[in-house]
Design a protein around this ligand. Structure first.
Ligand SMILES: [Zn+2]
Length: 631
C-alpha cells in the first residue's frame, strides 16, 4: 500500500538549502494578490517562532520570509477554512500589532490589512521579518485554530500568516512556559529541541501540537503507538482513563486489521472533557475530540465518546488520505467543494458504529435500531424526497450547521451515506462467497489513495460494479436518486421482518427534545401549510398553557389543534389538523441459524443468538448532529 505517509517520509528529509523567492511574481488582480508561479517556491522555507503567553491567552508570532530580490508587494494571508470543518471562519480578526521590517537593514515596511483574511507589505529589498500578536482564546474557533489556556495550549498553523500561494516547507520553533511539557504528533521532522519542520503549510495546519500540564496515556497497537493526550480531567478520570485507552486500542486494532497497516508513524487523540468544547475534527495523524464531562461515570456516554474517537480515527484513512476529487487540491481561500462526502463522512459514520459494535461497546440490537432510526429520521424530512446525497455534499459549506428551513432543502450526507454503506456491505455479504465492505473499501483505498485527482462518484460505482455485478447500479440509484434507500430489503434478506404503523403528526421539528420553541417546520405538512414558523414560541395549546407532553398528546390524535405562539412581539394563533404518516414500527427476527451466523461474523459478536420471533427494540438512536424530534 502506497499511502501519503510513505510520501511524507520522503518529504521529512528536506534539502537544507533555503532558496529565495526571487522567482515568485505577485501581481494585483481584481483587487487581490495572486501568486502567478505557485510551484516556484516549492523548495523555499517559512520560519516561524511562536511564543505562548498563557495568562494573556495570546501568541507572539515572528515570521521570516526569505526573499532574494525586491518585490513591490508581498501579500500574507490566512486560510478561510480548515479541511474537515467546512465553514468560513474569521481567523484574521484575532491578529493585531503587525510589524514588518526588511531583515537585513531593519527598515520598517508598510503593512496593512486588505480583504477578508490578508495583509499586504510594500517595499523592502530582501527577506522580510514580520511579527504580530494573536489572541488565541476563542472558544468557537478552538476546534479549528487551537486554544491558549492558562494551563495548556493546542496549536496548529491556522493563525500563522503565510505568503499567498505558499507551497514550501514551514519550520516552527515553539517557546513554551518553563514548566510545560510538549507533545507532537507524527508527520513532521524534529529539527532541534523545540523546532519542527513541516513538509508544507497544509501539514502544519493538519498537525495540532499540544503543550502544558498534560495527562498522557498510550497503548501500543500492532507496533504503533496510540497516544491519548488529555488537556484537562473530569469526574471519574482516574478510574476510567485506562479503560478508555483500552477501548480506543481495540478500535485501532480493528482498523489495522481491515486496512492491513496504519498509515501513520504514531497517532494522537487530543481530548478535552470541557463542556465548552463540542470538538470532533480529524487530522493527518491525530484528532481533536471534545468528549463532555460524564463519560467516565455513564456507560452510554463512554460508548458515545469512544465512537466519536472511532469516527475521527477512521478519517486517518478516509478523507485525510483517501480523498474525493477535488480535495486533493485544497483551496484554503475560496473553499473546496466535493460531491464525495457521502463516502468520506457516510462510510466513516458506518464504520464508527460497526467498529464499536465489534469492540463490544454496542449490541447488535442497538446497531439495528440505529440504522432503522437513521432511515426513519431521514424519511421524516421533505428534503429526503428532493435532494440527493451528491448535492448535499457539494453544499457542505452551506448546510453543515442547523438553520431554519434545513429540513426542506438539505439532507445529512453523513446519515444517508451510512445507510448506503450498510446496503453495500449487506449485498457483498449476501451475494458473494466471502466479500464484504471491509475488504472492498480497503482495496478501494489502496487503489485510489495515491490518485492525483482523488476519486469520483463514478469511480466508486464502477469499482463496486466490478466487485459484484449489479451493485454499482444499486449504489448509483441510492447516490444519484432521492428517497432511494434499500435498508428494509437488506434487513429482510438478512433475516428480519419489518412491521409498519400509522402515526399522526403535524410537521413540527424539535432539536433533541420537544420544547416550546419550534426548531423547524416541514413545508409539506399540516404545520407547513398553517403559517407557523421556525423559532415561534408556543404559549398555548387549545387554550391551555404549553407543555411538551401536551403537544405530543394532541398531535397523536386526529383532532384539530389550536396553537398560540409568540413571534417576536406578536401573539399569533394557528389551526393544525394532524395527518397520518407511515413509519417502521418493528423489526422481528425471522432468520435461520445461518443468517444469525452471518450477522455474528459481520458484527463480531459471538453472543448474538436471537430466538425466532425476537422483537428488536428500536429505542436506540444517537446522532452527533443532534436528534430531530417530529411531532
Ligand atoms: Zn467526520
Amino acid at each position: 500500500m502506497l499511502s501519503e505517509f510513505a510520501r511524507d517520509q520522503d518529504r521529512v528529509h528536506p534539502r537544507h538549502t533555503i532558496l529565495g523567492m526571487s522567482d515568485v511574481h505577485l501581481v494585483r488582480l481584481h483587487g487581490g494578490l495572486v501568486d502567478t508561479t505557485k510551484s516556484a517556491n516549492t523548495n523555499s522555507e517559512l520560519n516561524y517562532r511562536v511564543s505562548i503567553l498563557p495568562n494573556e491567552h495570546e501568541l507572539q508570532i515572528e515570521l521570516v520570509i526569505q526573499r532574494s530580490a525586491e518585490v513591490a508587494e508581498l501579500c500574507l494571508e490566512l486560510g478561510s477554512w480548515v479541511p474537515g470543518d467546512y465553514s468560513f471562519m474569521p481567523f484574521a480578526r484575532d491578529l493585531w500589532g503587525l510589524n514588518a521590517t526588511d531583515c537585513s537593514s531593519g527598515v520598517s515596511l508598510k503593512i496593512v490589512r486588505t480583504g477578508w483574511q490578508s495583509f499586504v507589505i510594500t517595499g523592502g529589498s530582501g527577506s522580510v521579518c514580520v511579527s504580530y500578536r494573536a489572541y488565541a482564546y476563542s472558544l468557537e474557533l478552538a476546534e479549528t485554530c487551537g486554544i491558549v489556556d492558562s494551563d495548556y495550549a493546542i496549536l496548529m498553523g491556522t493563525r500563522y500568516l503565510r505568503p499567498t500561494g505558499w507551497h514550501g516547507y514551514c519550520t516552527v520553533t515553539y517557546e513554551l512556559p518553563p514548566t510545560w511539557s510538549f507533545h507532537h504528533p507524527s508527520g513532521a521532522e524534529h529539527v532541534a529541541d523545540s523546532t519542527w519542520r513541516y513538509p508544507d503549510y497544509l501539514t502544519l495546519l493538519d498537525t495540532p501540537v499540544v503543550m502544558g500540564h498534560l495527562n498522557i496515556v498510550s497503548r501500543m497497537v500492532r507496533g504503533t503507538k496510540i497516544y491519548v493526550v488529555c488537556v484537562d480531567r473530569t469526574l471519574g478520570y482516574e478510574d476510567g482513563i485506562e479503560r478508555f485507552a483500552d477501548a480506543l486500542a481495540r478500535v485501532a486494532g480493528q482498523y489495522n486489521l481491515m486496512f492491513g497497516k496504519f498509515p501513520f508513524e504514531d497517532y494522537t487523540f487530543v481530548l478535552s472533557f470541557s463542556p465548552n468544547f463540542d470538538w470532533g475534527l480529524e487530522h493527518l495523524s491525530s484528532a481533536l475530540c471534545g468528549l463532555g464531562t460524564d463519560l467516565f461515570i455513564d456507560s452510554g456516554k463512554f460508548a458515545f465518546a469512544v465512537r466519536v474517537c472511532a469516527h475521527e480515527l477512521f478519517h486517518a484513512w478516509n478523507v485525510r488520505r483517501l480523498k474525493p476529487t477535488p480535495l486533493k487540491q485544497i483551496d484554503l481561500t475560496n473553499g473546496s467543494y466535493t460531491e464525495g462526502l457521502w463516502v468520506s463522512e457516510g462510510f466513516t459514520r458506518y464504520y464508527e458504529f460497526v467498529t464499536c459494535v465489534r469492540a463490544g461497546l454496542y449490541t447488535v440490537e442497538q446497531f439495528v435500531s440505529a440504522v432503522v432510526n437513521y432511515l426513519t429520521h431521514l424519511r421524516a424530512v421533505p428534503a429526503f424526497k428532493r435532494i440527493d446525497v451528491l448535492d448535499s455534499s457539494r453544499a457542505t459549506f452551506l448546510n453543515h450547521n442547523k438553520y431554519a428551513g434545513r429540513c426542506n432543502n438539505s439532507i445529512d450526507y453523513y446519515d444517508k451515506g451510512m445507510l448506503i454503506a450498510f446496503d453495500i456491505d449487506a449485498a457483498l455479504r449476501l451475494d458473494t462467497v466471502s466479500d464484504s465492505l471491509d475488504r472492498a473499501f480497503a482495496d478501494f483505498y489502496r487503489r485510489y489513495v495515491d490518485s492525483v485527482k482523488g476519486f469520483t462518484t463514478d469511480d466508486v460505482i464502477c469499482f463496486l460494479e466490478d466487485r459484484l455485478p449489479g451493485l454499482g447500479a444499486l449504489v448509483a440509484r441510492e447516490v444519484k436518486g432521492t428517497y432511494q434507500i434499500g435498508l428494509e430489503q437488506s434487513l429482510r434478506r438478512l433475516g428480519f421482518e419489518i412491521g409498519y404503523r400509522k402515526r399522526n403528526y403535524v410537521g413540527l421539528l424539535f432539536n433533541n427534545a420537544v420544547s416550546s420553541r419550534i426548531y423547524n417546520v416541514l413545508d409539506d405538512s399540516p404545520a407547513g401549510r398553517s403559517g407557523i414558523a421556525p423559532d415561534d414560541q408556543m404559549t398555548r395549546i387549545d387554550g391551555y398553557p404549553f407543555s411538551g407532553q401536551g403537544l405530543s398528546w394532541v398531535t397523536s390524535r386526529a383532532q384539530r389543534i389550536t396553537l398560540e405562539v409568540l413571534r417576536g412581539q406578536r401573539i399569533l394563533t394557528f389551526i393544525l389538523e394532524p395527518e397520518i404518516r407511515i413509519e417502521i414500527d418493528s423489526v422481528t427476527w425471522r432468520g435461520s441459524e445461518a443468517q444469525a451466523e452471518r450477522l455474528r461474523s459481520w458484527l463480531g459478536q459471538s453472543s448474538f443468538r436471537p430466538s425466532y420471533g425476537l422483537v428488536m427494540p428500536l429505542d436506540f438512536y444517537e446522532n452527533f448532529h443532534g436528534v430531530e424530534v417530529l411531532r
